[in-house]
Design a protein around this ligand. Sequence first.
Ligand code: MF3
Ligand code: CO
Ligand code: CO
Length: 283
Amino acid sequence: MKQEATTITAGGERAVTTDHEGRPIPLYTADDFAGLRRAGRLAAETLDYITPHVVPGVATGHLDRLIEGFMRDHGAIPATVGYKGYPAASCISPNHVVNHGIPSDDKRLARGDIVNIDVTVILDGWYGDTSRMFYVGDGIGVRARKLVELTYDAMMAGIAQAKPGNHLGDVGHAIQTLAEANRFTVVREFGGHGIGRVFHDAPHVDHFGKPGQGTLLVPGMVFTIEPMLNAGKRDVKILSDGWTTVTRDRSLSAQFEHQVGITEDGCEIFTLSPAGFTRPPYE
Ligand code: MF3
Ligand code: CO
Ligand code: CO
């Protein structure tokens, strides 16, 4: 185990470990975990709540207003509003949009679309960040369904490696191996992130990597695992709005995100769905 120290981090004074390049990573206490559990649960409940509204013809701007209302009704603030200038309470990313799709009244979902909805709440100062894929109506193509299922399985394979003594390279390797064995590609420009009293913190969590490499996992670390898999090439580009990321070849992309805390013998997933929703179809 690396030696622990106490440092002033972005989230206040805490015990820390360090990433593989020496950056401090805050370690959260059992009391902190209680706050994170509540925030994670509310984020997951927000996705549970929005699920029946994800239907053909709905505008993503409408979904975003429902999401913001639900968060505020439950005493939370949407973390993304105003974050680095981001304008909405959620990211809604259909089909070839990889992430950070901006909700709009001009953007209506259509039967056969696959779509990611990503929400982050701040509840009593604690951040909860999660995303899932949704099927819009029926008529989802075989390849699209396979991509969505595999992306969920890849996230869970990464989570299975999130335990003390393992390294972040073990997490990334598990995701990459499963993806590539099924001829999907892994987006490299975005990763998971430390999260707690701030939105994005150390460590950076790649969704690819080599076993035994990268940051050593120790109890008290909290981060997201949020792989983006493409049906075509892995290359992406950001559109002129400065946010919307799409696949360069316009192939389909899928993403799931859970937020986890490392425990003595594994990890706790803070963002499990109270409704039991894992991957679509949700019925
Ligand atoms: N929730 C996203 C994540 O998983 C971040 C969205 S930042 C925004 O890290 F500004 F695009 F909303
Ligand atoms: Co995240
Ligand atoms: Co997110």
